[in-house]
Design a protein around this ligand. Structure first.
Ligand SMILES: Nc1nc2c(ncn2[C@@H]2O[C@H](COP(=O)(O)OP(=O)(O)OP(=O)(O)O)[C@@H](O)[C@H]2O)c(=O)[nH]1
Ligand SMILES: [Mg+2]
Length: 226
């Protein structure tokens, strides 16, 4: 099952869903939408996706999707951005890597040419990756990548308990601490194909700091989970 969190991706989500269905015929594509002021849900449904509506936010959209995957007994789950950033052709390698890992992350920094990540964003991702690697004791290069694949044990645990506000690097630290085998595979990513990034605001610096703090919490260095 492929899960796409989506908000205001109407002009893009249909193409993304079609591309996935062409690459993985017969797979269930689930778009989890909330807070859109456009026709995201309609376009996703038209392209052949199952559409769910969740409570507000990116993390809660994913959590609802994981719960749905559990109900449907999906053999694996992949998460993909609905903005055109993650080429569907990368999915087979991600899913194949689940033979050796419980959670697989698609990394845009492992040598495959892709789009030019803006310097400030690149620096932030590098710093957060180094921080999560240090705390988790496991090497990461792209902890904010939303292109991931996981086995049932992992998505079932996330369906029961997923960080509600910020869920990126901290989720990977949690996975390592839980003893899951986490792997990165090289992927090519594109720039989002239009619309607005959730990180295009002055609040994204606060978001990064909160993520860094939650990595510490997940590593168990500051007591119970926030
Ligand atoms: N359901 C839901 N989806 C969201 C929300 N915020 C972001 N998303 C989706 O989550 C995915 C990732 O968001 P992006 O804004 O692309 O974040 P990003 O990939 O880190 O940033 P870019 O590199 O600029 O694309 C996209 O498919 C968004 O539509 C939200 O509040 N609710
Ligand atoms: Mg994106």
């Amino acid at each position: 099952m492929v899960i796409l969190p989506a908000r205001d991706e109407g002009p893009r989500v249909g193409l993304v869903v079609s591309e996935i269905l062409r690459t993985l015929p017969g797979v269930e594509v689930v778009v989890v939408e909330n807070g859109s002021s456009d026709d995201t849900a309609h376009r996703a449904r038209q392209a052949g996706a199952t559409v769910l509506r969740s409570a507000p936010g990116y993390a809660l959209a994913l959590k609802l999707g994981f719960g749905y995957a559990e109900q449907q007994k999906a053999p694996w789950v992949a998460t993909v951005d609905a903005d055109g950033q993650h080429p569907a052709r990368e999915l087979p390698a991600l899913i194949a890597a689940l033979e050796q890992a419980d959670l697989v992350v698609g990394s845009r920094f492992l040598g495959v040419a892709g789009y030019r990540v803006p310097p400030t964003r690149r620096l932030a991702i590098r710093a957060l990756s180094a921080w999560a690697s240090l705390l988790g004791g496991h090497p990461f290069t792209d902890v904010t990548s939303g292109l991931r694949a996981m086995r049932p044990a992992v998505y079932q645990a996330f369906a029961a308990d997923y960080p509600p506000d910020v869920a990126d690097a901290n989720v990977l630290v949690r996975a390592v601490m839980a003893g899951w085998r986490v792997a990165e595979v090289p992927v090519a990513m594109r720039a989002r194909s239009g619309g607005r990034s959730m990180h295009d605001s002055p609040r994204s610096a606060l978001f990064a700091l909160r993520m860094a703090q939650l990595c510490v919490v997940e590593a168990g260095l500051s007591g119970a989970r926030a």
